[in-house]
Ligand binder design. Structure first.
Ligand code: BGC
Length: 756
């Protein structure tokens, strides 16, 4: 274990050495300073397994990385809604990092799934910031609990691949806070990742890599981040502006220029030497942290494969299960047709920087055959070629014959690897036509069709879901995906995933549709806070499957929702505790994800119909009941005010709704919250309505207009009809009209009385 005296080292380092510490020494290492015993440390992708490239590997490619367990990708693992499971996966990734000499894992990625088309949706958690933050924090905690750092990425507003190194994400203050930054804020405050990776894109016109408000004012000063900000690989446009904004480490290094530019800027007086000291200090603290690893860590790869299989099982979302066709109860006389190339050629992870070289690979077909009872017949037909253009009539015909001959058909469908990847966005969300033609042909000859899906981003199911008896959405579920699918199909385990993103009827229904992916260097986030289910719900759109949906092999009953309030919002200690009794009413064990949504029943600003504010995953035996607690604090009722530039809770009625998905909420209770109502100061530019809505201003105004002998308001204020027409006029404008009974001087007197 090495400890440094960081302050002492800073005093001994030359400016040139400090500048060199602020960039890597190669693609995956920071720079060391040999004469002072400062070692270099190793960073490696991330996020669902390691992509550690040994020194001789090509450093830009995705081949040549050491074998590592490929866990379910984020879109899969997040569908588990299971913080404990995500933590355990994180610990396993951390252990492998320790054994491979990796100091910082470049993940997790928690950017919001703004559009179903984003090419990296498979690497991201959810369309919802609470879920993104909770699962992101669990992953960071898990990895860091074994002494390995993380890099929370991509900070911020990196929600598309199109023009990702230059595009400006133009987003208003409120959605920025409520949707795009909220998950990052949660992870920073609750899990303190060792590093944060800044995004490639610009945010409202400024590169994230040189955005002082993002990297310093918000991240460090407001949220309390204590670690290093590292650039995404190649995200630095102007190294001097970036270090001044708070970007400590440039990766990979621009060895020919960056350090020299920093030194020159300090020499020229355009960059404060103290800024370089600060960045170098943070780098030394990171190096020191990475040297504190205690004990020897062993990574048991068999055990990690078991965790990967468990995680894949708990991540699969059972979208549909007509007449409980699943689990399949195979007997020695069963005839099962397995169809689809993906049953033998696993699609289990996405392409790009997150690509892991797996330690082994479960093949669904082999696993089904292994688990099927002796005597049961399990046939296989590929049914389609994986490249969409190789529609093969013969393959389809052969599969139809097998399906016709079978009791049940399990069809493995999904997106080919070429359809989704880091680096580009999708242009549609359909499954390939040859797969859908196959499904049609099979459904025509066999009524018992089960579809198993493998895709990283959401696919459209509306046109074909009714032709199936069951759909098991497995996402890209890592190296054990095939085994997990077999376990679930044959009832060795029950699926317990829930959708972390809505499946819309049509792409056009998604709220970002008209503004994705932008053009001319800008993408306008015109839908504001109405992202994902917030958008579908606000527009009252029917969807194929709502956010939070997922079935299992049993059923659950909800009863006895109780909600208790304690403390106060203004006192800073409001706590709302809800409890609900959940009972497993079926004959098999199962896991339920209990979800709590909050709705503001009265508000002066636009609010979503409902927002996820708490969830818990519980495991129940048949007949078992459990009282599940769900805790909220004041933030569950807050919105970001663009007037106060702060979180505001308005006093009023809120609905707490609890249930099994965002659109299946059987239990509801109303609570009244006393908030920190925003008092907008009354000015000459306040409208007549605003004056009248403020009790003190209204009294002053009424006094100025006077009253009739019967005590009713006089003049302008007496005419209700007129008030509805001119109520939205600023008082100063009315004063300019002749005969209104008020002039500018009177307004000034009133404002003085009001203390203005
Ligand atoms: C990706 C990051 C990744 C980095 C290093 C970038 O292209 O955006 O997510 O960690 O490369 O491979």
């Amino acid at each position: 274990m090495t400890t440094f005296d960081v302050a002492q080292l800073i005093s001994e380092l030359t400016l040139e050495e400090k500048a060199s510490l602020c960039q890597g020494s190669d693609f995956w290492h920071t720079a060391g300073v040999e004469r002072l015993g400062i070692p270099r440390i190793t960073l490696s992708d991330g996020p669902h397994g390691l992509r550690m490239q040994p020194d001789e590997a090509d450093h830009v490619g995705i081949s040549g990385s050491l074998p590592a367990t490929c866990f379910p990708t984020a879109s899969a693992l997040s569908s588990s809604w299971d913080v404990e499971l995500v933590h355990r996966v994180g610990e396993a990734i951390g252990r492998e990092a320790r054994t491979q000499g990796v100091d910082v894992v470049l993940g997790p990625g928690i950017n919001i799934k703004r559009s179903p088309l984003c090419g990296r949706n498979f690497e991201y958690v959810s369309e919802d910031p609470l879920l993104s933050g909770a699962l992101g924090a669990a992953m960071v905690d898990g990895i860091q609990s074994v002494g390995v750092g993380t890099s929370l990425k991509h900070y911020a507003v990196n929600n598309q691949e199109t023009d990702r190194l230059r595009v400006s994400a133009d987003v208003d203050e409120r959605p920025l806070r409520e949707i795009y930054l909220k998950g990052f804020e949660h992870v920073i405050r609750h899990a303190q990742p060792w590093t944060v990776m800044c995004a490639y894109n610009k945010v409202n016109g400024t590169y994230a890599s040189q955005h002082r408000w993002l990297l310093t004012d918000l991240l460090r000063d407001e949220w309390g981040f204590e670690g290093v900000v590292v650039s995404d690989w190649g995200a630095v446009d102007d190294r001097v502006a970036a270090v001044a904004a708070g970007l400590d480490l440039e990766m990979p290094p621009n060895l020919a220029e960056s350090a020299a530019r920093i030194v020159a800027a300090v020499g020229a007086g355009t960059l404060d030497h103290a800024v370089v000291d600060l960045a170098a200090t943070r780098m030394l603290q990171l190096v020191e942290r990475s040297q504190q690893k205690a004990g020897i860590v062993v990574a048991d790869m068999d055990d990690h494969h078991r965790i990967a299989r468990e995680a894949a099982r708990d991540s699969a979302v059972l979208l549909r299960n007509v007449e409980n066709i699943l689990p399949l109860h195979l007997s020695p006389t069963s005839r099962l047709a397995v169809v689809g190339e993906f049953a033998r050629t696993a699609r289990y992870q996405g392409a790009g920087s997150s690509q892991v070289n797996p330690t082994r690979l479960d093949i669904a077909l082999d696993e089904i055959r292994r688990l099927a009872p002796e005597g049961a017949e399990v046939t296989f037909s590929p049914g389609f070629g994986i490249v969409p253009s190789d529609v093969d009539e013969a393959l389809r015909a052969e599969a139809v014959v097998a399906a016709d001959d079978a009791d049940t058909v399990v069809v493995f469908l999904g997106l080919p690897a070429s359809a989704e990847s880091e680096g580009f966005d999708r242009s549609h969300m359909e499954l390939p036509a040859n797969q859908l033609e196959l499904l049609d042909a099979i459904a025509a000859v066999n009524e018992r069709v089960v579809v198993v899906l493998a895709n990283g981003s959401a696919v459209r199911v509306a046109d074909w879901k009714d032709r199936t008896s069951a759909i098991l959405e497995c996402w890209l579920s890592g190296q054990a995906a095939g085994g997990a699918a077999a376990d679930l199909l044959l009832g060795i385990a029950a699926p317990s995933g829930r959708l972390a993103e809505t499946l819309p009827l049509r792409l056009e229904d998604s709220s970002s549709f008209l503004n994705f992916p932008g053009d001319s260097g800008h993408v306008r986030y015109g839908e504001g806070i109405f992202v994902g289910y917030r958008g579908y719900d606000a527009a009252g759109q029917e969807v194929s499957y709502p956010f939070g949906h997922g079935l299992t092999y049993t059923t659950f009953d909800y009863a006895d929702l109780a909600v208790d309030l304690a403390g106060s919002y203004t006192g800073g200690d409001l706590s709302v505790s809800a409890t609900v009794r959940v009972t497993n009413t079926g004959s098999l064990a199962g896991k339920e994800v209990v979800q709590l949504y909050v709705r503001a029943l009265e508000s002066s600003v636009a609010r979503p119909v409902r927002e996820l504010m708490a969830f818990a995953k519980v495991s129940l035996e048949p007949g078992e009941s459990r009282t599940v607690p769900l805790m909220l604090d004041g933030s569950a009722f807050a919105y970001w005010s663009v007037v106060a530039h702060d979180w505001v809770v308005e006093s009023g009625r809120f609905e707490i709704a609890v249930g099994r998905s965002s659109r299946d909420l059987p239990l509801r209770r109303e609570v009244v919250i006393v908030g920190s109502d925003l008092r907008v100061p009354i000015t000459a530019d306040s409208t007549l309505e605003e004056w009248l809505a403020d009790p003190t201003a209204a009294a002053a105004l009424r006094a100025a207009f006077g009253t009739n002998p019967d005590g009713s308001p006089a003049g302008l204020l007496a005419d209700e009809d007129l008030l509805t027409v001119i109520g939205n006029f600023p008082l100063s404008r009315l004063a300019a009209f002749p005969g209104m009974g008020i002039d500018r001087a009177t307004i000034d007197v009133l404002l003085k009385e009001l203390g203005g």
